[in-house]
Design a protein around this ligand. Structure first.
Ligand SMILES: [Zn+2]
Length: 319
């Protein structure tokens, strides 16, 4: 069982003044988020079309990353042309469409009032594709953090009324456990309450799902624990291309590839997260597998290559 420390829930990082300052930045004087155009990107994997749907930008900063020598962090960022403390990260959700399936992988922040306005834009992307939330038949949840499940919550019930919600069974067990919530720090109880709210709201639509279960032809989830107890990635074999959606294996492509053991503020178990990250990076680098990520710069597709003792991220170029 992971230790339920404040750090394990990102609470140290969340109190960083930089984040609080940035959280209110996107609002107009009238308090409404700027209305922005949908942002989406489509590519073919063969049987499936995959669409990257931008949901919003999270104002992360250097303070969220810990456990590495600060001089190494600064040198790594400088080599990538990054200066200053801000390391903003997008939230990407992904849609898989075949002749007979419409599958959403994670649901963005939605209207969760945690980071300020400017999130939930994934819904604009779906609308731009001519899709209504009721058209989604399956939702794969990689893990129960607000930027992945917030969009599931509609104003008065499930935002996706016809979808089966594939939830890693270990995530349901952990976040749905009243005893676990009781021993969590007070500031983290909201994360448990939010997940329990989603589980209650969706009821029979929730499908607690075992490791390596095939969700649709060529689509399966694989446990990659550490960021959360049952954080999972999604393998997609479309026939023409194989892709692994790495979810929250990466929160910053520069730091997490060059310094793969670096801790991230929301990891429930940093050492386990690093072990899972390195295992996945070795697999995708060795087999040259296309990757996608929830927090990789939009559209979020690329490759991970070996670079000495560490790795490097290369954005995908689609032929
Ligand atoms: Zn995330």
């Amino acid at each position: 069982m992971p230790h339920l420390t404040r750090r394990a829930f990102g609470l140290t990082a969340l109190s960083a003044p930089a984040l609080i300052g940035l959280a209110s930045a996107p609002a107009h004087a009238d308090g409404h988020a700027a209305k922005q155009a949908p942002v989406l990107f489509e590519a073919s994997l063969g049987r499936y079309k995959i669409v990257s749907l931008f949901d919003g930008m999270v104002p992360l900063g250097k303070d969220f990353f810990f456990g590495a020598d600060p001089a190494d962090v600064d040198a790594t960022l400088a080599a990538a042309g990054i200066s200053g403390d801000a390391l903003p990260a997008p939230i990407n959700a992904f849609l898989l469409q075949s002749d007979d399936r419409t599958i959403l992988i994670d649901a963005g922040f939605g209207g969760v009032d945690m980071m300020g306005p400017g999130f939930g834009r994934m819904f604009d992307g779906l609308a731009a594709m001519g899709l209504r939330p009721d058209d989604i038949d399956t939702i794969i949840v990689t893990h129960a953090h607000p930027d992945h499940i917030g969009g599931l919550m509609g104003a008065d019930g499930p935002a996706f009324k016809n979808a089966q919600v594939i939830f890693p069974e270990g995530e349901v067990a952990f976040w749905g456990d009243a005893a676990m919530m009781a021993q969590a720090p007070d500031e983290a109880k909201g994360l448990f309450q939010m997940t329990q709210g989603v589980l209650d709201m969706y009821g029979d639509q929730i499908v607690p799902t075992a490791d390596e279960t095939e969700i649709a032809p060529g689509v399966r989830i694989t446990l990659s624990p550490g960021h959360t107890p049952a954080h999972s990635v999604v393998h997609i074999d479309g026939g023409e291309r194989e892709l692994i959606m790495l979810a929250d294996t990466l929160h910053n492509v520069t730091l997490h590839t060059a310094l793969p053991e670096i801790g991230f503020g929301f990891d429930t178990d940093t050492a386990l997260a690093a072990q899972s990250r390195i295992k996945l990076f070795d697999r995708v680098a060795t087999d040259n597998v296309l990757v996608a990520g929830s927090h990789i710069h939009f559209p979020g597709f690329g490759r991970i290559v070996k670079d000495g003792d560490a790795y490097r991220y290369l954005p995908a170029s689609w032929a």
